[in-house]
Design a protein around this ligand. Structure first.
Ligand code: IDP
Ligand code: MG
Length: 162
């Protein structure tokens, strides 16, 4: 039993998920949170803020050579964003699956972007694309004390005990 808990703890990952200004303005906050929550992932950090353009440029620094970089950063800083950290086994990779392809025209139905967005410039949600970016993005958006460590009552039903 202790071994199972240790194995479970070792598998735990955290990822950074943001609902962009279009998702907030379209009233999709609860819909998006529900998809992560129903899957069995655990919310360990959440806040609403309007990021500055400089902050958006830091967040998207990998894309600074791309032609859409300026418009993207203007957009991310144009209104409230919901910044979140979700925890769970495989949450980084599976979070990207829940989100769907970058271009909503190519996102499968059933994914967040597939079901709820139409164009790449307004694809409503961000999710870290790997373990390194997850760590960097969580550190950029959250202070350690803003993240909560807790055991959810449902965990033993989601992961099992033996
Ligand atoms: P991702 O959000 O699926 O990880 P990235 O390639 O990291 O996709 O791009 C970051 C964001 O930049 C996308 O979510 C989208 O909002 C925007 N973006 C990506 N490609 C284009 C494009 O070709 N035109 C306009 N915006 C784009
Ligand atoms: Mg990306």
């Amino acid at each position: 039993m202790l071994q199972d808990q240790e194995a479970h703890a070792a598998e735990m990952e955290r990822t950074f998920i943001a609902i962009k200004p279009d998702g907030v303005q379209r009233g999709l906050i609860a819909e998006i949170i529900a998809r992560f929550e129903r899957k069995g992932f655990k919310l360990v950090g959440i806040k609403i803020l309007v990021p500055s353009k400089e902050f958006a440029e830091k967040h998207y620094h990998d894309l600074k050579e791309r032609p859409f970089f300026n418009g993207l950063c203007e957009f991310l800083s144009s209104g409230p964003v919901i910044a979140m950290v979700w925890e769970g086994e495989g949450v980084i990779k599976y979070g990207r699956k829940l989100i769907g392809a970058t271009d909503p025209q190519k996102s499968e139905p059933g994914t967040i972007r597939g079901d709820l967005a139409v164009v790449v410039g307004r694809n409503i949600i961000h999710g870290s694309d790997g373990p390194e970016t997850a760590k960097d993005e969580i550190n950029l958006w959250f202070k350690p004390e803003e993240l909560v460590n807790y055991t959810h009552n449902a965990e033993k039903w989601i992961y099992g005990e033996n």
